[in-house]
Design a protein around this ligand. Structure first.
Ligand code: PEP
Length: 260
């Protein structure tokens, strides 16, 4: 879509179960990426990112070396350092060679009680710690049916991005992820995704003026498959995809990276 370089990102969630399995998946993902990169169409390829679980981040950073794949964490804690047992900081993740972090995923919001204020603090900490951010927003099915998509997405964006400068936005991509589409097999239609992305872009314009809104990437997430990616990517405001389930199958992920 437009001049924005697309972003295809894989969210591995709590998968796979062990480090050897993670390494096996990484090898397949890297082999596919190398094949795409050596096809001579490098200029056409999107930015590619994977978000493995914390214990596999170093494996991932090492495995993707020499390819264009970026590695990110699925979350970071609310503190920079100190007596916070069990937490992980942005600078720790950065120091492994990771470049990104996923924040505000609906599973964090709904299963682990992350609210917009926590997400706002994490966005600030991530940027200060040297990580670029993929910020997830999206409405639940009940909210969608009540016509609250614009209000919910606007509130989530305004709260998470509060206090940031236009220059900060250059390090943030948005993922529109309707909760009703995540892991359900119910992909939003291209028209539904386009409508939501246009709304999100208009909220960003309200917050940061026209140019940052024109430049920000808005990826769609929610049951994206090799079958649905091409039509989604034809929409003018759909700048990529955040892929859950299909990112665990290397050939499916590669086909999504290679969208028409
Ligand atoms: C996700 O978790 O970000 C996601 C979009 O999952 P899935 O593709 O499995 O719906």
């Amino acid at each position: 879509a437009s001049a924005r370089r697309p972003l295809i990102a894989g969210n591995w969630k709590l998968n796979p179960a062990t480090a050897p399995e993670a390494l096996a998946l990484l090898k397949l993902v890297v082999a596919n990426q190398r094949a795409l990169e050596s096809s001579g169409r490098t200029a056409e390829l999107p930015d590619v990112a994977i978000f493995p679980p914390f214990p596999f981040l170093q494996l991932a950073v090492d495995a993707v070396a020499g390819t264009g794949i970026k590695v990110g964490a699925q979350n970071v804690g609310l503190e920079g350092k100190g007596a916070f047992t069990g937490e992980v900081s942005a600078s720790m993740v950065r120091s492994l060679g990771c470049q990104l972090v996923l924040l505000g995923h609906s599973e964090r919001r709904l299963l682990y009680g992350e609210d917009d204020e926590m997400i706002r603090r994490k966005v600030r900490l991530a940027l200060d710690g040297g990580l670029d951010v993929v910020l997830c927003v999206g409405e639940t099915e009940a909210e969608y049916e009540m016509g609250l998509l614009p209000a919910v997405c606007a509130l989530q964006l305004k709260k998470a991005l509060h206090g940031l400068q236009p220059a900060d936005l250059e390090r943030i991509s948005i993922a529109y992820e309707p909760v009703w589409a995540i892991g359900t097999g119910r992909t939003a239609t291209p028209a539904q995704a386009q409508d939501a992305h246009a709304i999100i872009r208009s909220v960003i314009a309200e917050l940061f003026e026209h140019e940052p809104a024109r430049a920000v990437r808005i990826a769609y997430g929610g049951s994206v498959t090799p079958e649905s990616i091409d039509d989604l990517m034809r929409m003018p405001d759909v700048d990529g995809a955040l892929v859950g389930g299909a990112s665990l199958i290397a050939d499916k992920f590669s086909r999504i990276v290679e969208f028409a």
